[in-house]
Ligand binder design. Structure first.
Ligand SMILES: [Zn+2]
Length: 425
């Protein structure tokens, strides 16, 4: 697969004067070199660098790329054309599906896994997406069944709730994408091209990743990012490495149990829950929700209403700088014969806790190391699901008595997470 790196950035916000942004040293090595090494490690052998500001610094450093075992082409834009505009210059040289990086993003991710996702869907493009810790000032995506359904550019209306899914600026495109580009005109993928594709009913797919992919941003953010590279955190979070997760039950753990009416109007975060999730985020463990919602099968609440609750939860978490990496939900219930029920959901499924289906699916999706993972819940079924998946378990909340399947017991999520993170050290 060919790779295009958009390397025209100036780096004004980073205070760079004599080198372009992609040449900014990150722990002693230019960011662009780190990206090229990553691509080469996944067998990418032909790279187009779209350069602008101080282009000669880049071409002098990389030459034809042979030192890195790749073939590099240097393309210079005469005037800034935005993220997408410059791509048209090499339209005739991109014959099959190709990948795009932005030259100001610090990343380490399993390129092969994203390529496999893209090959399965074969849309006009696949976008790598993830939750972040500042969704309130990020452009957000609405994704339905893996497909990008809408793009909501910032700023977001006060009181609007949303899923925390952000475009991480890593793409794979079919050459068909050129039908949506206007040659020679400054334009941007997020603002111009993707809305155009969606308006034309073109298919964009969202590849969810929990790996480390962050733009360098401003001068203040840079030392933290450099420290993450140096400590090995950036490469450790590559999906090829198994990663521990904290699985979280939803009702009674993160949010108030809404009993028979689990709708947005009754939504309430539990005290301290957002801070606890934020600590999980900072620990490099995954935070993954696994929730039974049998009220859907029983016909008391719709999929849409449950989705509204999840949007609210993600928005509130986001406001506190926290996020869950994913939410897995079982809408099923086994006993048939009630009025108003949805027959096709009244099944003996493999995901309803105490069965471990949701945890096992998450483990496959995110390459979770279950033996180093935890399940936190307020019911026996949570403890059993955790045990059935091979995890350790923590029972929280006001449940009277104990579950013999709980390894530990704490009053609430805050104490449970503190214990897990302490134990991890
Ligand atoms: Zn189920």
């Amino acid at each position: 697969m060919q790779l295009v790196i958009l390397a025209g950035g100036k780096g004004t916000r980073l205070g760079l004067t004599d080198i372009p942004k992609p040449m900014c040293p990150i722990a002693g090595k230019p960011l662009l070199e780190r990206q090229i090494e990553l691509a080469a490690a996944y067998g990418i052998s032909e790279i187009f660098l779209l350069e602008g500001h101080l282009a000669h610094v880049i071409s002098d450093y990389f030459g034809d790329g042979s030192k890195w075992g790749v073939k590099i082409h240097h393309i210079t834009e005469d005037k800034p054309l935005g993220t997408a505009g410059a791509l048209s210059m090499i339209k005739d040289r991109l014959k099959s599906r190709f990948m795009v990086f932005y030259g100001d993003v610090v990343m380490d991710f399993d390129i092969a896994a994203m390529q496999a996702f893209d090959a399965k869907h074969q849309g006009i493009g696949s976008l790598l997406v993830h939750p972040n810790n500042h969704p309130y000032d990020s452009d957000l995506l609405e994704v339905k069944n893996g497909r990008v359904a809408a793009i909501y550019p910032k700023p977001h209306e006060e009181g609007h709730s949303y899923h925390n899914l952000v475009n991480a600026a890593v793409y794979i495109f079919s050459p068909e994408v050129f039908r949506y580009l206007e040659p020679g005109v400054p334009q941007d993928f997020g603002k111009d091209v993707f809305p155009r594709i969606l308006a034309g009913a073109g298919e964009l797919y969202a590849y969810k990743s929990a790996e480390y992919i962050k733009d360098m941003g401003t001068k203040d953010r840079l030392p933290k990012i450099c420290a993450d590279v140096e400590s090995g955190k950036v490469s450790l979070l590559n999906r090829k490495n198994p990663r521990p997760a904290v699985f979280l039950d939803r009702d009674g753990v993160l949010i108030k149990d809404m009993d028979k009416n689990p709708v947005a109007a009754n939504f309430e975060m539990l005290p301290g829950a957002a801070e606890a999730v934020k600590k999980i985020n900072e620990s490099s463990m995954l935070a993954i929700v696994a929730t039974n919602q049998p009220m859907i099968a029983k016909g008391f609440v719709s999929f849409e209403a449950v989705d509204e609750v999840h949007k609210l939860m993600e928005t509130r978490l986001g406001a506190a700088g926290a996020y869950v990496d994913d939410i897995y939900m079982c809408p099923h219930h086994p006993e048939r014969g009630f009025e108003g029920e949805i027959p096709e959901l009244k099944i003996e499924c493999d995901c309803r806790k105490p069965k471990p289906g949701m945890l096992l699916r998450a483990a496959a999706d995110y390459h979770v190391d279950l033996s180093k993972s935890w399940m936190i819940g307020d019911r026996e079924s949570d403890m059993l699901a955790g045990k059935n998946a091979g995890c350790r378990t923590v029972l929280v909340g006001q449940t009277i008595g104990s579950s013999e399947f709980a390894d530990f017991r704490f009053k609430n999520l805050v104490e449970a997470v503190d214990f897990i993170l302490e134990n991890r050290k």
